[in-house]
Structure formats: structure tokens, C-alpha cells
Design a protein around this ligand. Structure first.
Ligand code: C5P
Length: 218
């Protein structure tokens, strides 16, 4: 694998809807880093499983990952609750994770030249994908706050969705992501904890910026 030298690598792990994506995007923009929302890759595989159940096997996934472009991950159909739930099921499969792993590594260590580094968020980034990251964060928020945030996002796509439904599916997803055998979500000792429950987006951004600037400018 090609590894670019002297780049900044940021690893973020978080449970669903804790605000990690919004923060990671803001941080990446500010420091000119390549941003990869790794959950979208699992969502893309989940979407394929729902859409093409008859073709769905490891070979099919392998081909799709091989030809996958970052632009493919912006598809709106990946955002639904159904796809998110399915993503937490397919992400438990070791073989599937292995295929996704290589795609992530390439972007983490060899981001496109125009960027000064990379910022990845997901569930196993701090200890599995970029264990040598320059900065590691574990971003969380209480269950109710996360459910309300996700409910507001999903309501735009699906008017019929209820807060109760979203709460239930986030609980289910937490249970699976924290307790699965393969690459479970956890906070590593060397990750900085940030609870976003009572903080504005700006306040979260400034907290992270302060940590990064301190290290970069010394
Ligand atoms: O982050 P997002 O909610 O889009 O992720 C969807 C699902 O993909 C998660 O619930 C999790 O099961 C899985 N995932 C994972 N490892 C990652 C990112 C996401 O297992 N690095």
C-alpha cells in the first residue's frame, strides 16, 4: 500500500447520529483534509443487498467495492433508516469488513494529492483502520438527543417516520454495534471523548480545533 508522508490523519469513532459526520466534515474543510464517511460504504453494501437480493454474495460485493468511487457514496437512497439498519447487519460479517477495510486504508493513508491529509469516521477507525492516527476522537451524545437529531434528518426523506420508530432503531443499532464480535464500537484509551448532547455544532468544532491547533502549532 502506498503511504503518503507528512500528512495529518484524523480518526473518529461514534455511535449512530452523535454528530460525528457534521463535525468531521467541518474539520476536514477547515484543515483541507479528505473526508470519508465509512458508514456510507456499509450502507452502500446494505443497499445492494436490499435492491439485488438474488445477486448478493461476497463476489458481488468484491466487484462493487473494486469499482467504487467516493462520489457513489453521496446517493440519497443510502440515508434511509432501512438501509442503516441493514448496514449494521451486514457489517458484522468478517469477510465483508475485510473488503471494505482495503478501500478505507487507501483513502486514509493515500488521500488525493490536493489534500493535506485524511479524516475518517466510523466504528472501528481509531483502533483498526488508522491506529497510528495523529488525532483520535470518540464522539457521542445521549440516546434521546441522537434520536431527535436523526428523526429530523429522516423526516425530510420520509414524512411518515415517527420519533418512536427512530429511537427504537438507534437502540437496536447501538446494541449490535457495541456488542458484535467483529470490530465492535468502543472508545480507545487514546481517543479524546466529546459528548455533543448539550453543545452546538460550533462549540464542538471549536473544542476539536483547539486540540488539533495545539499539536500542529507546537
Ligand atoms: O455511520 P452510519 O450510521 O452511516 O453507519 C451505518 C452502520 O454501518 C453502523 O450502524 C455500523 O453497523 C456500520 N459501520 C461499521 N463500521 C464503520 C462504519 C459503519 O460497522 N466503520
Amino acid at each position: 500500500m502506498i503511504k503518503r508522508k507528512n500528512i495529518i490523519k484524523i480518526a473518529i469513532d461514534s455511535p449512530a447520529a452523535a454528530g460525528a459526520g457534521t463535525l468531521a466534515k467541518a474539520i476536514s474543510k477547515h484543515y483541507n483534509l479528505f473526508y470519508l464517511d465509512t458508514g456510507k460504504i456499509y450502507r452502500m453494501i446494505a443497499y445492494l443487498k436490499i435492491r439485488f437480493p438474488e445477486k448478493f454474495n461476497q463476489k458481488f460485493i468484491k466487484t462493487k467495492i473494486k469499482n467504487l468511487k467516493v462520489e457513489d457514496l453521496t446517493n440519497k437512497s443510502l440515508l434511509s433508516d432501512e438501509v442503516g439498519t441493514e448496514a449494521s447487519i451486514i457489517s458484522k460479517v468478517k469477510k465483508t469488513r475485510k473488503l471494505v477495510h482495503s478501500f478505507q486504508l487507501n483513502f486514509a493513508y493515500n488521500p488525493p494529492k490536493k489534500y493535506k491529509g485524511s479524516c475518517l469516521d466510523g466504528r472501528d477507525i481509531t483502533y483498526n483502520i488508522i491506529p497510528d492516527a495523529d488525532f483520535k476522537f470518540y464522539i457521542t451524545a445521549n440516546l434521546k438527543t441522537r434520536a431527535i437529531r436523526r428523526y429530523k434528518e429522516l423526516k425530510v426523506l420520509n414524512k411518515k417516520i415517527s420519533l418512536q420508530e427512530v429511537l427504537k432503531s438507534i437502540k437496536k443499532r447501538d446494541k449490535s454495534d457495541f456488542n458484535r464480535k467483529v470490530s465492535p464500537l468502543k472508545k480507545t484509551k487514546d481517543s479524546v471523548l466529546l459528548n455533543t448532547s448539550k453543545l452546538t455544532k460550533r462549540a464542538c468544532f471549536l473544542k476539536i480545533k483547539k486540540i488539533i491547533d495545539k499539536k500542529i502549532k507546537t
